[in-house]
Ligand binder design. Structure first.
Ligand SMILES: Cc1cc2nc3c(=O)[nH]c(=O)nc-3n(C[C@H](O)[C@H](O)[C@H](O)COP(=O)(O)OP(=O)(O)OC[C@H]3O[C@@H](n4cnc5c(N)ncnc54)[C@H](O)[C@@H]3O)c2cc1C
Length: 385
């Protein structure tokens, strides 16, 4: 039996804790907010994978949950599955407990290179209710995700000049038509990004435009057709969104003002209290004035948490090196559902008994799926003797 600490109470942290307890380990899970805090930020969005792909066999069995072929919203997933599953763990789950950092007893980062098993237990610093304390573990799982760390909005991933001054006008998550009406309806909004979060925000903003035609939507993307349409896509809604995104950007469909190939370089106050945004490409620099900015440019893992440990991360994607390399070499095309899980060796790092799992294991690669996380959990727990 090992003493295991799990960082993060999202789906992968909770599922890991359930399975590890079932296998006889002593587990504590620390979550900085409520269970599923990151998912609740996008609670209004429907998952593109159905219930059968979103729950583990062991989790469903533990709480008697019967998955169907329906597609839950993230909030339904939390209410009907993840929260009851976490509750079934009792005191093992410690919410409102933020992990500040992790190191090893008896060794600093630069010691025992190549033989970290000679070090002592993991030493974990936690903050709860304004109080800080240390916990120890033989085995550590970092499932703290990426969604709490939005990427910078500026050119090449830098902050935009004066970005910090305009934080109250920047939304870094997907727009929600049910809750964000006062913020966006009848206003001028710039959406930045060409991924699924951006098209989700655009669809929500178009609902406001339909009700109030004075709503203006500008959309900045790097390439003219950012969405790859899969001819026989098993997910019809994904296909429809990709077609819509490309049609809006090419002008085949009205609704948005596209800015293709531009980056955002600076913000400044405008005379009417809004934001003057400077957009740049290789040839020109232009200015537009907007009331709000939606930054849907991706998320990054928090590298500080494990900074005092020996973790080998990919210099491009910032996930565990071997996993990132394996993902780069997989040819699953545009369909993240076609991915395969690359196995234990790709999850290992020089720091013995430490595993980064879940969305954080993919680093800046946004193709992670819950199903792959369940495979990671089984692989890692099977490797513990
Ligand atoms: C909009 C969107 C739609 C998606 N749709 C699907 C889908 O349909 N199907 C699918 O399979 N996948 C989907 N994914 C991908 C993925 O499954 C989810 O991102 C999932 O939430 C990842 O789970 P996780 O447990 O790894 O991370 P998270 O859900 O991000 O959980 C991490 C947890 O760690 C906590 N945490 C962070 N830092 C600390 C700290 N220092 N101390 C303590 N706790 C901390 C956070 O509060 C959070 O609760 C989607 C992702 C997004 C963003």
């Amino acid at each position: 039996m090992l003493k295991i600490i799990v960082l993060g109470g999202g789906p992968i942290g909770v599922e890991f804790a359930v399975r590890a307890v079932e296998k006889g380990h002593q587990v504590t899970l620390y979550e900085k907010g409520e269970i599923g805090a990151s998912m609740s930020r996008w609670g209004h969005i429907e998952l593109f994978s159905n219930w059968t792909l979103n729950v583990s066999e062991w989790g469903a069995k533990k709480i008697g949950f019967e998955p169907t072929q329906e597609y839950p919203t993230a909030q339904e997933f939390l209410d009907q599955y993840l929260s009851p599953l976490a509750a079934s763990l009792g005191d093992i789950v410690q919410t409102h407990s933020e992990v500040i950092g992790v190191t090893r007893e008896g060794a600093i980062k630069m010691q025992h290179v190549g033989s970290r098993s000679k070090t002592g237990a993991f030493r974990v610093l936690i903050r709860k209710d304004g109080r800080e304390f240390i916990d120890h573990a033989d085995f550590l799982v970092d499932a703290s995700g990426v969604y709490e760390n939005p990427a910078n909005l500026g050119i090449g991933g830098l902050p935009v000049i004066n970005e910090a001054q305009f934080e109250d006008k920047i939304q870094r998550y997907e727009v929600n038509a049910k809750t964000d009406e006062a913020r966006y309806s009848g206003k001028r909004t710039l959406v930045v990004g060409g991924g699924f979060s951006a098209i989700t925000s655009i669809i929500e903003l178009l609902k406001f435009k339909k009700e109030r035609p004075s709503t203006q939507i500008s959309w900045l993307v790097l390439t003219p057709h950012p969405y790859t349409v899969i001819a026989d896509d098993s997910l019809p809604e994904r296909k429809a969104n990709c077609i819509l995104g490309n049609a809006l950007l090419s002008g085949e469909k009205d609704g948005v003002s596209p800015f293709i190939g531009f980056g955002v370089s600076a913000f400044a106050p405008s005379d009417d209290g809004a934001i003057r945004v400077t957009l740049e490409n290789d040839e020109e620099s232009i200015e537009i004035v907007v009331d709000e900015v939606v930054s849907n440019v991706g998320y990054r893992p928090d590298l500080n948490l494990l900074r005092e440990l020996q973790v080998h991360l990919c210099y491009a994607f910032e996930g565990p090196m071997n996993l990132s390399a394996s993902l780069l070499s997989q040819d699953s095309g545009a369909d993240c559902l076609a991915q395969v899980s690359p196995g234990l060796e790709t999850l290992k790092s020089p720091e013995n008994d430490l595993f980064i799992l879940g969305a954080k294991s993919y680093g800046r690669n946004s193709n992670f799926l819950l199903r792959l996380g369940f495979e990671q959990i089984e692989t890692v727990l099977d490797s513990i003797k």
